[in-house]
Write a protein that binds this ligand. Structure first.
Ligand SMILES: Cc1cc2nc3c(=O)[nH]c(=O)nc-3n(C[C@H](O)[C@H](O)[C@H](O)COP(=O)(O)OP(=O)(O)OC[C@H]3O[C@@H](n4cnc5c(N)ncnc54)[C@H](O)[C@@H]3O)c2cc1C
Length: 307
């Protein structure tokens, strides 16, 4: 391959189903060359291991993840997250890899006439502008929440991501910690997500997903949480809470998790944990309302998991 061809491929952008990319092309935010990518037998579908692990090919559609009965039995929070996002039409086309690598939905980022950090600019216009749908945990220079519902669910499941160059990446490795305002993820140029692996579920675990949304469907959530728990002998033996819509990357709600670990699954303990869900929050002037939503969603999920 000539140096010119190499440079061109590195500057090019992958297109999977194109449900996110098409909008960026249409609005003029993505203008460079494209490489259409598609599945091989190894990068699509569910691949179950004998020990109960599941590897999901990155080209598997969101609809296929939502509809798989064995996946739903083992990882109900992941299945419910897939079923809860976007629209049936989008889910039918959209791929898992494209969902994880989709770009910011910030209206300033998506406007080709406005500069921002994600486009090589020097500041974040949303910070001083209209940030009604933006972060309530202000962790970095860009205040847009990460848009991937699947990333939040996979964080709850401690999933590992493989690319054509690396394996064993956590969601944190893939998306960073929010400190880099210039990028939505830590993929290298030309690096392709190939699969996602989940450990076998814990014995007796249950999981649920819930989102608060500004209209009934076809919208990114204001707040979303995927929750897993093992409740045995009336006590929380294991709790895992991962939230999206609130920070530049999906967040584990560690303070709330720790509050419940080993505790009796009582209404009082759950109410205390729900308050802890917002520990460390730094809302923007317009996003304080997300903290109430987050506490409410967490409380609802925990009550259902304990019931
Ligand atoms: C009305 C509406 C509501 C929506 N609501 C939600 C929601 O609630 N939650 C949510 O998560 N999403 C939501 N979405 C977004 C939707 O889930 C994404 O558009 C979709 O998942 C992207 O997948 P794709 O295969 O079409 O990716 P593409 O559009 O093809 O690609 C998206 C980006 O990912 C990169 N990419 C694609 N595949 C790979 C890969 N294998 N490796 C590396 N990079 C890759 C591309 O280069 C591109 O930059 C919504 C979309 C719409 C239109």
């Amino acid at each position: 391959m000539t140096p010119t061809a190499t440079t061109r491929i590195q500057a090019a952008e992958f297109r999977a189903a194109g449900t996110d990319l098409s909008e960026r092309r249409r609005s003029g935010v993505s203008t460079g060359p494209l490489i259409d990518i598609s599945a091989t037998p190894d990068t699509i579908g569910m691949h179950w291991e004998a020990d109960g692990r599941l590897r999901i090919g990155a080209f598997t559609t969101i609809a296929a993840i939502a509809a798989d009965a064995r996946l739903a039995a083992a990882y109900p929070g992941l299945a419910a997250s897939a079923l809860g996002l976007a629209t049936p039409q989008i889910r039918h086309l959209a791929t898992l890899g494209g969902n994880l690598a989709q770009r910011s939905r910030c209206w300033y980022y998506r406007n080709p006439h406005i500069g921002c950090l994600r486009k090589g600019g020097s500041d974040c216009p949303a910070r001083e502008g209209n940030h009604l749908y933006h972060v309530a945990f202000d962790l970095g220079p860009c205040v847009a929440p990460h848009p991937s519902t699947m990333a939040a669910a996979l964080l709850a499941y401690d999933a590992r991501i493989a690319t054509d160059r690396r394996s064993g990446l956590t969601i944190g490795d893939l998306l960073g910690d929010g400190a880099n305002g210039a990028a939505d993820n830590a993929l290298e140029p030309g690096e392709m997500i190939t699969s996602v692996e989940l450990a076998a579920p814990l014995g007796g675990e249950r999981a649920l997903y819930r989102r608060a949304i500004s209209r009934t469907h076809a919208e990114w959530p204001l707040v979303e949480v995927c929750a897993r728990a093992v409740v045995r002998d009336g006590a929380f033996q294991f709790v895992r809470l991962a939230a999206g819509g609130i920070a530049p990357v999906p967040l584990r709600l560690v303070a709330a998790e720790n509050t419940l670990q080993g505790k009796t699954a009582s209404a009082v303990a759950i109410a205390v944990a729900a308050q802890q869900a917002t520990a460390g929050a730094k809302p923007l002037p317009m996003t304080g309302y997300k903290l109430d939503l987050l506490r409410g969603v967490v409380q609802d999920l925990l009550e259902r998991l304990a019931a």
